[in-house]
Structure formats: C-alpha cells, structure tokens
Design a binder for this molecule. Sequence first.
Ligand SMILES: C[S@@+](CC[C@H](N)C(=O)[O-])C[C@H]1O[C@@H](n2cnc3c(N)ncnc32)[C@H](O)[C@@H]1O
Length: 203
Amino acid sequence: MAMETYNDVYSKPEFYWGQEPNHLCRRVVEMIFPKPKASVVDLGCGEGKDIIHFARNGFKAVGIDISKPGLQKANQWANQERLEIKTVQANLNEFNLTEMFDVVYSSGTLTYISPALRQEKFLNYKEHTNIGGLNVFNVFVEKPFIKTAPDWGTDEYFYRSGDLLNLYWDWEIVLFEEVIFDCNSSGVPHKHAMDVMITRKIK
Ligand SMILES: C[S@@+](CC[C@H](N)C(=O)[O-])C[C@H]1O[C@@H](n2cnc3c(N)ncnc32)[C@H](O)[C@@H]1O
C-alpha cells in the first residue's frame, strides 16, 4: 500500500487493521511472560494494535513506523489506557536499532525493506537482541499461483519461501510455517502467502 494511503486511512477515527493483536504477538507474550519489564520493538507498528498488547502485558514497548498519523493514533490509544509506549517515526530502510531488546517483532511490514539492504538490516536486528531473546516476524512471500494483492505498494518487495530461515540459520528456530490466507484490505478480496517465524538467540 502506498504511504499516502496509509496516512489517509490512519487519519480516520476507525482502526484500519482493527484493535485485536495478531496471534503471533499473543504467542510471544505467552512465551516471554512473566519476565518483568521485557523489552520489545515493533518494526512497522502502524496504529499500534500489537505494541498496545505488549504494553498491556508489562513490556517496555517501542514502535517504529514511517507514518506519523499511525504513530499519533497509537500514542492516543496508549494515553487512553494509561499505558507507556515509545514511538519513533522512521523509514526502516534508513533506520538501525541502537539499543538492546528482548524481542524484535514485525508483522506485515518487512517487505518495505529493499532486498539490497536486508542482510545488513537483519544483522542489526540480531546484534541488538539480548541472549535468550526472540526475533519474531511474518513476511509476505511470492507464489506464482497467487495474484499480487491489489493494494501492493510500489516500494514493497516479496520475500521467497525460506529467506527468513536462511537469515537466521545460526539461531534456534522455535517456529516456522508458511500460511496462505484470505484478506480484504482495500475492500477487494484477495489472498496472501506468508512465512511466519519465531527464532531465539542462543549465544
Ligand atoms: C501492513 S501494515 C502493518 C501494520 C502493523 N504491523 C499491524 O499489523 O497492524 C504496514 C506498516 O508498515 C509501515 N511502513 C511502510 N513502509 C515503511 C517504511 N519504509 N519504514 C517504516 N514503516 C513503513 C506502514 O506505515 C504500515 O503501518
């Protein structure tokens, strides 16, 4: 989806992606709980449905997104619930983590990282994860039998099945699966194929 469209839909009062956390986010909370004050960064947090869930469960939560209206909405939501979150407006292609986290998390966003930068960016995420911590991602993958979504952005680039596994060959793979699901974003029914991975840094 184009940046202007994100800004547009995030500027409306309703939540474009809803307010229910992704099941992957719920799973991470269950896995990490009850570590006091675990830290998480959500790369491409949008309107905040996942960082809010992390913050509600005691995480020190940081959300990164390129969309200012998305971050404003996430902050308003956090204020309403008296939750503390930190947000940073940044383009992931130009952004590097500079502090350590227990969880580096991203849902539906890492296709915006240009393929030429991926090795470098994932290395940065790995280096800024505490020992025993997790990197948790889902990414859209290209399949010749699935049409590209109608709202696919011109600055979005598919992954290939297994790309994430290759990037994390030296970590424990806690979960890896490929799923195909229906989606109605933009109001036009379509399908996505997605690789989902939870990995743990052992040393
Ligand atoms: C499909 S949405 C997912 C949002 C959120 N993770 C969720 O599940 O609700 C993709 C998000 O990526 C953000 N985004 C797009 N390009 C980006 C970039 N280059 N850097 C940072 N964020 C970007 C958009 O603003 C949008 O919030």
